[in-house]
Design a protein around this ligand. Structure first.
Ligand SMILES: [Ca+2]
Length: 563
């Protein structure tokens, strides 16, 4: 019976079922009893062996501490809460995600920052983005509308050409790749980095990854692998690399990333060390590039978005199949989640808001965690978890070193994820002042967003601002948010400039010998790009303003002229 259900998982998904139990949860009853017993035993053992002292924050999680599973962390880009079938989307588009949700545990209150780079920095460091100034993206330092908010002007090189100030994740940060590498893991990133695209030390292999494949910056064309602009320059730059050398590949980036992941899983499953594989798809971020075989209306943006989602689902399915075929499913912690909300509020429903906003639609993400024997199939867990929390959790699993110079904001969630403990997280700092987005903090059931207050327990869709009736709550949360925001370090002078202002390819060292194929490919793209812009228009989006920062219609995205 179980097999029959797994063959057609999509048929079981109604459009909305916020608290539904899966139809065959009861069929797995026996497994549940066993795993519940195991959990009880491990909790009892953990209690017996609990020690005092800060040196061992992971002792409570003795049942998973040092199990050293492989970790496959799959991150989608700009996916909406309701896009996966398991959250109420069109089930036929995401059969693999639906199946994974049934094989693992879904997190109901998992949060990220509201934009790409901040979430990625928080994942890699276990620290809120503002602590590393990663709430500012690298490309923002080439955009006058963003720089103005920092009191900075566009920089110019020695020739007087306007160019970008170099901004990236500080190399003094300890990344999760570095922490896992220290404890003997092979570390690889496939897909999008978005934490610095120029100096070698800012690229993935300078930040703890043994292996790199994919792109460095915010969003490539899925086919020609160029980024549409290099603000303040208007024109495209090539951004597709393996081990930090440009690679010439045809094909659709989602498919290519999946293929690389499959190969890497096959290789590393035979190695004598565990691996950490960070698969950061650029899907379903813009541009709206229909995948190969698209048969829908090319003028229908929603049809294209659906096809891109289905293609991503197939890619995730290929990665999962490789895990199975390599015989490492039981030794692999598989995670699927997403970096920030979608550009269309329709894809966030029933939640409010989009990417770039701290309404639930911008920051609450679909999340699946599967680790056979440690997660209960087909269940859902509530309780706050933030993207930073994977950092100490992964270190516990790896039996790595929790000690480091810079304090983290992450909370070890291993006892919440892999046993029945409640989440210890009470607070999430989404944005502080000094960002272009609205300062926002969650404390318990309340979320303060600028001057508005929402009660997430009684008003999860954020329809009613209750700030006026709760002045004392607003006051205390405002003070707390200001106190945390005051911990933002100085930005520094940003004296290093991207030079040339318009490179052919990202990566300073990759400029040394630009292959002929690359130059031709980039010139071809640039020859088709607009050269004239109306006054006030820019090739890149302007800095967001206010709580409804970046609502977009189905046709527009970050590559669209005139945003
Ligand atoms: Ca994103």
């Amino acid at each position: 019976m179980i097999l029959c259900c797994f063959e057609n998982p999509t048929k079981k998904f109604p459009r909305e079922y916020p608290n539904a139990t899966y139809p065959y949860q009861t069929m797995l009853h026996h497994t549940h009893v066993v795993s519940a017993l195991l959990t009880l035993i491990s909790l009892a053992f953990a209690t017996l062996t609990k020690t005092d002292g800060a040196e061992n924050q992971a002792t409570e999680n003795v049942s998973v501490k040092g199990k050293r599973p492989n970790i496959v962390f799959v991150l989608a880009d700009d996916m909406g809460w309701n896009q996966p079938g398991f959250n109420g989307g069109k089930g036929e588009l995401t059969p693999n995600l639906n199946r994974l949700a049934l094989e693992g545990v879904r997190l109901d209150e998992f949060y990220t920052h509201s934009v790409c780079a901040p979430t990625r920095a928080a994942f890699l460091t276990g620290r809120y983005a503002f602590r590393t100034w990663s709430d500012w993206r690298s490309e923002d330092f080439g955009k006058p509308s963003y720089l103005a908010k920092l009191g900075l002007e566009l920089a110019h090189n020695e020739k007087g050409e306007p160019t970008r100030r170099i901004h990236a994740l500080d190399t003094n940060e300890r990344t999760i790749a570095e922490a896992l590498k220290e404890s003997g893991y092979f570390t690889a990133i496939l897909g999008k980095w978005h934490l610095g695209e120029w100096l070698p030390e800012h690229l993935p292999m300078g930040q703890g990854f043994d292996y790199q494949y994919g792109h460095y910056a915010w969003g490539i064309d899925y086919y020609n692998k160029t980024i549409v602009h290099n603000a303040p320059a208007r024109f495209a730059v090539y951004d597709w690399h393996r081990n930090q050398q440009p690679v010439n590949e045809t094909g659709y980036s989602t498919d290519l990333i999946a293929k690389e992941a499959v190969g890497l899983i096959q290789r590393q499953s035979n190695a004598d060390q565990p691996f950490f594989l960070y698969v950061a798809f650029n899907a379903v971020h813009g541009p709206l590039n229909p995948p190969p075989g698209f048969e829908g209306n090319p003028e229908d943006p929603l049809a294209i978005r659906d096809a891109m989602l289905a293609n991503l689902d197939q890619a995730v399915g290929k990665i999962d199949a490789a895990i199975d075929q390599s015989g490492i499913r039981d030794d692999t912690l598989f995670i699927f989640t997403n970096d920030n909300g979608p550009v269309l509020e329709e894809m966030s429903k029933p939640y409010r808001g989009t990417k770039n906003t701290t309404f639930e639609g911008g920051v609450r993400q679909p999340a699946i965690i599967r680790w056979p024997g440690y997660t209960q199939a087909g269940t859902k867990k509530s309780g706050l978890m933030f993207i930073t929390d994977f950092f100490p959790t992964f270190i516990t699993l790896a039996d790595g070193n929790h000690q480091q110079d810079r304090d983290i904001d992450g909370i070890d969630m291993s006892s919440m994820l892999f046993a029945n403990a409640k989440s210890e997280r009470q607070e999430i700092v989404f944005d502080v002042s000094g960002s272009v987005r609205v300062p926002t903090i969650r404390v318990g059931k309340y979320k303060l967003m600028g001057e508005s207050l929402y009660d997430l327990e009684n008003d999860p869709y954020e329809q009613t601002d209750i700030a006026k009736e709760n002045a004392a709550v607003v006051k205390s949360m405002t003070e707390r948010l200001e106190a945390v925001g005051n911990q933002r370090p100085p930005l520094g002078d940003k004296p290093l400039l991207m030079d040339p202002p318009l490179p052919y390819v990202y990566g300073l060292k990759e400029q040394d010998s630009i292959p002929a194929w690359l130059k031709t490919a980039v010139d071809n793209v640039r020859s088709l790009q607009p050269t004239e812009w109306a006054p006030g228009e820019t090739p890149w989006p302007k800095a967001p303003e206010g709580v409804t920062a970046s609502k977009m219609d189905g046709l527009k995205d970050e590559t669209t002229r005139g945003r």
